[in-house]
Structure formats: C-alpha cells, structure tokens
Design a protein around this ligand. Structure first.
Ligand SMILES: Nc1ncnc2c1ncn2[C@@H]1O[C@H](COP(=O)(O)OP(=O)(O)O)[C@@H](O)[C@H]1O
Ligand SMILES: [Mg+2]
Length: 358
C-alpha cells in the first residue's frame, strides 16, 4: 500500500426524508462523520476527496474514471427502503478495477435481507433465533404456531427502523396488528422471531484475511422501566430526547465469563466468514435464558463514527481512530490482491491455512 493514497470517499448525497433536530440519524450527522474521516485521512498523509452519489450513476462513474483513485472508501448507504444500492456500488467500483473498503457486493446484498442472511447462517449451522419466519401478509400469521413473546421487524431495514415499544408482541392479536402496520408503513415483508430474553452484545470484527474480534460491547437495558421492552428500537438508537435513548447504554468492554465470551467470538467469526464479510463488521447477538448466543444480524460496513460502535471497541483494544481507518484501507488492498480475478465482488476466498479465530 502506497504511503499517500488518492482516496475517493463515496457517500449517499440524498437524505431519505427530513429528520427532526433531536434525531441523530440525520444527514447533518452523516456529513459530520464524513468530514471527520476526511480530516483523519489527511492527517494520515492521504489525499481524500468526497464523492457524493445521488441518483446519477453514470455521472458518478465518469467522475471516478477521471479521478482514478487508488482506493474507494465506501460510505454509501441505502437511503431507499428495501433498495440494494449498497451492493451495486461495491460491485460497480470493483468492476471499474479499484480496491474498495469494507465488504464485497455479495456480502452487502446478502446481509441487507435479514431473512436471507438468517437462512444462510442456519444452513451453515450457525445459531439464529428460533421460529425465524418471513411474513408477507397478515393472514400468514395463522399458518404458523408461535411461542410468545416474539419480535416483529421489517425484513430489510437497519438502524432500528420500524422498531418501537410494540415490536415485542406477546399475543397473536398484537402480532397481527404489528405485522399489518409494518407491511403498510415499510412496504416490505416482515421478519418475526422468538424474542430472546437474555443479554445483547455487539461484536466488532476488524481485518481482512486475518480478522480479529475486538473487545465485546454489551447493551445495558437495566435502567429501562418495565413498560418499555429491552430492545434497540429507533428511539433507543437515535432520538436523544426519548426515554429509550436516555436509559439504554453500552458497556465496553463487557463483563462476560470466559466461556460465554469464547462462544460469542466463535459465533461472530463464523457468521462473518459465512456471509463473506471483509475489512470491518459488527455482529449483533442476543442470548436466550440459558446463556446461549444467537445471531440477530450481521452488519457489513457498519457505522464507523468516532467514539461509538465499532470505533469504541477498537479504542478499547488500543486501536485509535486513525489506526482504525488505516487498517480498513489496508484490508481493501488485501482483498483486491486476493480476489483480483473476481470482478463481481464475490465471496472473498480465505487464503489457505487461515484459521478464523481471534
Ligand atoms: N430475536 C430477538 N430477540 C430479542 N430482541 C431482538 C431480537 N431480534 C432483534 N431484537 C432487538 O431488536 C434490535 C434491532 O434488531 P436488528 O436485527 O439488530 O436490527 P437493526 O438493523 O435495526 O439494528 C436488536 O438490537 C435487539 O435489541
Ligand atoms: Mg442491529
């Protein structure tokens, strides 16, 4: 990897809708994070340029062609419900021959659909919550038997979208109501799973051919009043003024017994490998009443805002923000070398002899 790289920092230039001022998922917050990444890249001696992508893919392609970056730093996120644009950008950039940070197209596409991802993981023998079902109509509720409570969420969203105090359903009537509401509001099939009552962990993974699990983070719901279910809802994640936001905190490093910690790390790496993730990733997990961990979702290219999420886990491992960014770049070149022949951005092959262990 060259010392001073010409970097195209690609991001989505159109906001999905207006967010209220107390909403931390706003376009302004995204721009602030991007500017921080740009400053960090400059301090590392690189030459970054922000490259927005709206709806004009051809103009974007021409711009990249003129720029001829050494690497594309991918911060493009879907802004249309159910769209698969994240996957397309990674594929397009790879087809143009540039290394790109984060996961390849296939992993981005697979993990975008929580149900497809869960089926893939289950097929690979990786634990997912029991009774994982995809419902396309309210009537479909009747075709299954349920063990309540269950959790009901959109099948292809992230960031807590579609999750609120009614997302944990304890009766068939409540389940039907929520399914009907989500089908109308989100316009996509609904994912229903057994509600796991245990602890919740965010497991950050960093690296290319030799991924390592960073110190575990646990979501602490203990300050929530009994009438608010312990889930990372939209409010808990983003709305600073909400009770959910104020009473939900993250403990990192988490206090976890060695056996459970080992099981969590092992499961996270298996999932990372199964979906073909690369570079950096965050796996969300939850335990059942017997302390067995299950995968809720695999977040390829998760948020890398300084001080929170993956960046906080990295800090706890002694990896400061600039080093984290540099490692993400390095992994992009590693993948580029390994799968140079695979222009579609397929499942990254692991070099022989690599053991997926922390
Ligand atoms: N099976 C489950 N049991 C209990 N809680 C769950 C389950 N699935 C999801 N959740 C809760 O919902 C939150 C959001 O689910 P997740 O799949 O991570 O979606 P998002 O992409 O919105 O983060 C999780 O962080 C967790 O709190
Ligand atoms: Mg999540």
């Amino acid at each position: 990897m060259k010392k001073s790289l010409r970097i195209a920092l690609v991001y989505n230039s159109h906001a999905p809708g207006e967010a209220s001022p107390e909403d931390r998922a706003s376009f302004q917050d995204l721009m602030e994070m991007l500017r921080d990444i740009v400053r960090t890249l400059r301090r590392l001696g690189h030459r970054p340029t922000l490259v927005p992508l709206g709806h004009d893919l051809l103009a974007f392609q021409r711009k990249l062609g003129r720029m001829k970056p050494d690497v594309v730093f991918n911060q493009y996120e879907d802004t249309m419900p159910g769209a698969t644009y994240e996957m397309r950008i990674a594929a397009l950039v790879r087809m143009m021959g540039y290394p790109v940070t984060g996961s390849p197209a296939l992993a981005l596409g697979l993990t975008k659909s929580k149900y497809s991802c869960a089926c893939l993981l289950a097929g690979a023998g990786i634990s997912i919550p029991p009774d994982t079902r995809l419902l396309e109509t309210v009537g479909a509720v009747e075709r299954h038997s349920w063990n309540f409570p269950v959790i009901v969420r959109p099948s292809s969203e992230d960031g807590g979208v579609g999750l609120d105090r009614k997302s944990r359903a304890a009766t068939k009537t409540a389940l039907k109501k929520k399914v009907s509401e989500l089908l109308k509001l989100e316009g996509q099939p609904v994912l229903v799973q057994r509600f796991l009552p245990g602890r919740e962990f965010n497991v950050a993974i960093l690296g290319g051919a030799k991924p390592v699990v960073l110190p575990l983070a646990e979501v602490d719901f203990s300050a929530l009043p009994a009438h608010i279910p312990p889930i990372m809802s939209y409010a808990a994640k983003w709305v600073e003024t909400s009770q959910e936001y104020k009473a939900t905190t993250v403990i990192c490093p988490a206090d976890v017994a060695p056996t459970l910690a080992a099981a969590i790390r092992d499961l996270a790496l298996k999932a990372y490998n199964a979906v073909g993730a690369w570079g950096y990733c965050r796996v969300d997990m939850r335990t059942d009443a017997d302390d067995n961990p299950f995968i809720l979702e695999v977040n390829c290219n998760p948020c890398i805002e300084r001080g929170i999420g993956l960046a906080r886990c990295a800090e706890r491992a002694g990896i400061e923000y600039p080093e984290l960014i540099q490692k993400i770049l390095k992994a992009a070149f590693e993948l580029h070398r390994i799968d140079g022949a695979d222009l579609g951005g397929g499942h990254p092959p692991r070099p022989n002899g690599v053991r997926l262990e922390a």
